[in-house]
Design a protein. Sequence first.
Length: 335
Amino acid sequence: MTLGSLLFEAAARLAAAGFEEPRRRARGLFAAALDCDRAHLVGHPERELDAGERERIAAFLRRMLAHEPLSRILGRREFWGLDFALSKATFDPRPETETVVEAVLKELEDPGAPLRLLDLGTGTGVLLLSLLSELPNASGVGIDRIEGAAATARGNAAALGFEGRARFLVGDWGGAVLGGFDGIVANPPYIPTPALASLPPEVRCHDPRAALDGGADGLDAYRAIARDLPRLLVPGGIFACEVGEGQAAAVGEILAASGLLFAGAAPDLAGIPRALLARLPRRGGRIQKTGWKRERSRLGLRCGGLVEKRWVPRRALEASGSVTPPRTRMRRSPP
Ligand SMILES: C[S@@+](CC[C@H](N)C(=O)[O-])C[C@H]1O[C@@H](n2cnc3c(N)ncnc32)[C@H](O)[C@@H]1O
């Protein structure tokens, strides 16, 4: 059987089962199963597939028809241009989480400093390891409640060559570590418990519940984390987290109640406020926000009481070849 006819048949089966964009999905599946790029599929429809290739495609297609995401089938996910292994214990990292990495990098005053980072709810370790890939002298700790997730993150750190700068522990948020962190990142579970049942099967059946369930209103993890931030951060240290759609203002209030100052919010590629940034006030000093008014009126952006910064994730910038758009700067007044 030829590549072209098998591809046509697979797309037809996906379409009949109600999958959106069946041709694109089928091409992704074939490229992964045959370990080739999509251009090869289009350019060689007449190629005869051997029995091993046909079996591999059939096995992948069965799993896709059962709503298993391709990243789960392959056990791998690309994030921030790096290759991460997944496991049953880990959340499958989503592209929008790159917004958090981008926001932190833009906020750091000295990327060459020996920064100490903490990643709460680390999963595969994507947030910490992506930051370490950009910050040559930084080191960090990733914490997850699930032992299997910490083990997967350790494996990713070793495979990416960061084992000397990253440690992964099992724990309940930051309870097991002492303070002194210059930056803390988190992408905690934020789906309200009543909404879990209506998630698509690709999410509900394959991401661990511990990675999704944010309690009755979706905000339990933010409350737990925020309580500990003043102890964990150095004065002037930054906290960045991902938030669910419509949660930015509520999470902002939780952070403010813990004494943190807002440093901004960044939208993802869909324009949804996705990353929130806050700072612990510096001792004897005051953080001034400059350019807020001008930025607000120019962009006309608001989310709750927060003004958003127009940051665009790196992938989008690279795709468009454009330069970093203007942003609001943080300045500290002299003590
Ligand atoms: C949405 S996932 C994010 C994983 C990863 N940071 C990412 O962005 O792909 C949330 C993670 O928080 C972890 N988690 C949930 N409750 C926790 C707790 N009390 N303490 C530490 N980690 C927790 C989950 O096991 C899961 O790995």
